[in-house]
Design a protein around this ligand. Structure first.
Ligand code: FAD
Ligand code: NAI
Length: 476
């Protein structure tokens, strides 16, 4: 007879594995089903984030930044280094070690929290008092029953029509994270988050990088002023060639190179030849093959599982979280939804506030934001005041030698409540946390202005931006 669990979690990415751990902590008898295999063909927990996303990309970003620092930034500190070389295989081996230690760590966390793990592809078979879930792995199959199901099947890269991936010349994030040598000419389709992060890695290591972006503007999801500053830094100072308004008409592969033909924003025909092409044009929810139709689980027209504000699907006791549902495709959003759902199943009041999910792009300088952009506020007619302060005027940024960028705080004109914070600058990924806390606690810009910030620290830029909302920044 099939074993019955309180909860079956399908998918062990940051949405699923965190949900499973929280269920275990709450005393729910939980199984997590996941089908990810690493290059060695072994099960590897952690989904996209740990295997081919957040963690390996940040490892490579750090390695490539160190290379750039040694070559271009150490000399102003009086540190002279000669004969600097880049060993790409050592960099990749370090990245792989980090990934392996984290994915292995999840298996240990499952044990600690008494979460059972089944390797294989999970799918709904039938619904009754419980849900019957089939698990198939390499021709073998079994089934389990579950009183509750959490679907956390994540997403996969959208493909460019006419440019099938071969993970050698035309690659997605998986290939882009595993190049064994630095391509001389790197093309990237899509100047979004992956394109910018991966483009930055390989540019720092010596590639000539060209990004082809379909939209007429650059980084339209970000605050306009931040995007403008970022574009200036990435193109003029760092040499990324970003071509917006590019409509790809054909992609052809030769023996060792890729030729991309496109129409530029004037409608003229253009050609880009490169040694590798990264396709990073967004991601698609991983919901085909889940057996949604067998139980009547409702998907929207783009394949996302339909959920309410509490991640409830149309089926009783079935929840869905992470990239497979609406909202930003971010690991921390997936994990928080996982925790909230586990708590709801245990009879508690789980909740995720999608209005305060921070975004970070790990370029150099980093870009981070939370809440509304200026263009969104203008569009919705909300009156706001803005305070801004540059890193150039901050002692800690000067000592770090990282002076590009600024912090901008947007506050409601009527109530002074902070409604958006936008940062481009050093460690923006860390600084944005203060903004998230401020917004969660409904802080006003005056609240931040009256809080003591350590000196010298980057957080003083945030403080000065808050003072700036009331036109009383001190150091500018
Ligand atoms: P996933 O991580 O995609 O995990 C889903 C898991 O379910 C996978 O293991 C999959 O194999 C498994 N699965 C799917 N279907 C089934 C099935 N039927 N049965 C069993 N198992 C199944 N986000 C950030 O917040 N910060 C970052 O810095 C960041 N960097 C990124 C860099 C890259 C290159 C990429 C590609 C993404 C990055 N992301 C980042 C996004 C982040 O990885 C995702 O938002 C996050 O992984 C989504 O988590 P998830 O649990 O919903 O799904
Ligand atoms: P994205 O949505 O960030 O960017 C895709 C870009 O490709 C967009 O600018 C889009 O206009 C463009 N595009 C779409 N079709 C195109 C076409 N045919 N030709 C040229 N350009 C085209 O998606 P991306 O970079 O693939 O990343 C997927 C998601 O993964 C991100 O949206 C984010 O949610 C997550 N991610 C998060 C990271 C982080 O938090 N630091 C890092 C990397 C990924």
């Amino acid at each position: 007879m099939a074993k019955t669990f309180d909860v079956a979690v399908i998918g062990a990415g940051p949405g699923g594995y965190v949900a499973a751990i929280r269920c275990g902590q709450l005393g729910l008898n939980t199984v997590c089903i996941d089908d990810w295999k690493n290059e060695k063909g072994k099960p590897s927990l952690g989904g996209t984030c740990l295997n081919v996303g957040c963690i390996p990309s940040k490892a490579l970003l750090e390695s490539s930044e160190n290379y750039e620092r040694v070559r271009h930034k150490f000399s102003e500190h009086g540190v002279t280094v000669q004969g600097v070389t880049m060993d790409v295989s050592a960099m990749q081996a370090r990245k792989n070690r980090i990934v392996e230690s984290f994915t292995g760590g999840i298996a240990m966390l499952f044990k600690k929290n008494k979460v059972a793990f089944l390797h294989g592809t999970g799918r709904f078979i039938s619904a009754g008092n419980t849900y019957q879930i089939g698990v198939s792995d390499n021709g073998k199959s079994e089934s389990i029953d579950a009183r509750h199901v959490i679907v956390a099947t994540g997403s996969f890269p959208r493909q460019l029509p006419g440019a099938p991936l071969d993970q050698n010349l035309i690659v997605d994030n998986v290939g882009a994270l595993s190049f064994t040598e630095v391509p001389k000419r790197l093309g990237v389709v899509g100047a979004g988050v992956i394109g910018l992060e991966m483009g930055s890695v390989w540019r720092r290591l010596g590639a000539e990088v060209t990004l082809l972006e379909a939209l007429p503007g650059f980084l339209l999801v970000a605050d306009e002023q931040i995007a403008k500053e970022a574009q200036k830094i990435f193109t003029k100072e760092q040499g990324l060639d970003i071509r917006t308004g590019a409509k790809i008409t054909s992609v052809k592969t030769g023996k060792n190179q890729v030729t991309v033909e496109y129409q530029d924003n004037q409608g003229a025909r253009q050609k880009l030849e490169c040694d590798k092409l990264i396709v990073a044009i967004g991601r698609i929810p991983n919901t085909a093959g889940l057996g949604a139709e067998a139980v009547g689980l409702k998907l929207d027209s783009n394949g996302f599982i339909e959920v309410d504000a509490h991640c409830r699907t149309n089926l009783p006791n079935v929840f869905a979280v992470g990239d497979a549902v609406r909202g930003p495709m971010l690991a921390h959003k997936a994990s928080e939804e996982g925790v909230a759902v586990a708590e709801i199943i245990a009879g508690q009041a789980g909740h995720v506030n999608l209005d305060t999910v921070p975004w970070v792009i790990y370029t150099s300088p980093e870009i981070a934001w939370v809440g509304k952009t200026e263009q969104e506020l203008k569009k919705s007619g909300i009156a706001y005041r803005s305070g801004q302060f540059p890193f150039l005027a901050n002692g800690r940024a000067r000592s770090l030698g990282e002076t590009s960028g600024f912090v901008k705080i947007l506050a409601d004109s009527r109530t002074d409540r902070i409604i958006g914070v936008h940062i481009i600058g050093p460690y923006a990924s860390e600084m944005i946390a203060e903004a998230v806390v401020a917004m969660e606690f409904a802080a006003s810009s005056e609240d931040i202005a009256r809080i003591v910030h350590a000196h010298p620290s980057l957080s003083e830029v945030f403080h000065e931006a808050a003072l700036g909302v009331d036109k009383r920044s001190l150091h500018i």
